[in-house]
Structures are given as structure tokens and as C-alpha cells.
Design a protein around this ligand. Sequence first.
Ligand code: NI
Length: 182
Amino acid sequence: MTVKSVLRMGHPLLLQKAAPVTGFNTPQIDALIADMFDTMAAQSGAGLAAPQIGVSLRVVIFGVDRNPRYPDAEPVPATVLINPEIEILGDEQDEMWEGCLSVPGMRGLVERHTHLRYTGYDAQGARFERVAHGFHARVVQHECDHLDGILYPRRIRDFRLFGFTEELFRDAAIESAAVDPS
Ligand code: NI
């Protein structure tokens, strides 16, 4: 299909609450998902939300193979998640450096819940649920935030820990701990 340009922070569509998908297996939804995968692959992202390519619908994709770009990130199954719902499991949270294709060149330290269950629909419209933890749970939270108009900088608690990747990670040993969900 098509590699789309990714909207950047400041574009008003990224602040909107996206609308639920009401019909599955339509040419429009199938094309949207194909474009999202092509765009995510072209940018080496770990995930992408439909609003990032200008479509205000509740569709996210994510997936990470073992990848030298994310040496500390466990693999995440390639997933299409439509109309997602998240249930947080337990109180545990952890911090990790996040990036976003809509906030290019920057990273921030973000606290997220470490365990959750997500439920939604796959590309064929079949309902499914999964329990996720760690990096997988972080990516789901980051992507689903996009559907509510939230970009990760709003989750940063200490703005001293937000900046340009090249400046933050002059020490290559620290860079290996940084991830770039989408
Ligand atoms: Ni993002």
C-alpha cells in the first residue's frame, strides 16, 4: 500500500479523541491497516496509531522483533488492535525512555503501569484479549493514549528528563536503554 507521512506534535488531529470503528473487513479499514504497517516499517517504529497518519479512528498497531535498535526490549507480537480497552492490573509502575514518531528526535522518561489486560478487535473483527507486561504493556499504553489525543510528553513528570535524543544519550551505554515505541 502506501507509506504515509506521520503528523507531528502541534497538528490538531493528534489532540482529538478518535472515533470507534463500526465496520470491519471494509476496504477502507483494510487499506488503513496496510498503510499503517507500511508506515511503521518505513520508520522502524514499534507501534503506530491511526491518528498519526491523519485518520481519527481507534486503530493501533504494534510489534517488535528482536531488534538491535531495541536491545533491551522483549519481543512484542505483531498486533492490530481496534477499539481497545485497557484494564490495569496491580499498582506496579516503571520508568523508561520513550520516543514517538510524532515527536521526532526527542525522548522523555515516562512512568507507565507494568501489567495490564487489553481487549479489542483484530483486523477481521474478532474480539480478543491479552495480558501484557513490561515493554509490551508500555507500547499498548503509549499507542492507546494516541487515541485519546495524548502524546507522551504529557506523561513526563520531570521535564529535566525530556530532550533531544542526541543530547540526552551522548553516553552510548545509556542509549541502549532507550526505546522508541512510536
Ligand atoms: Ni507515539
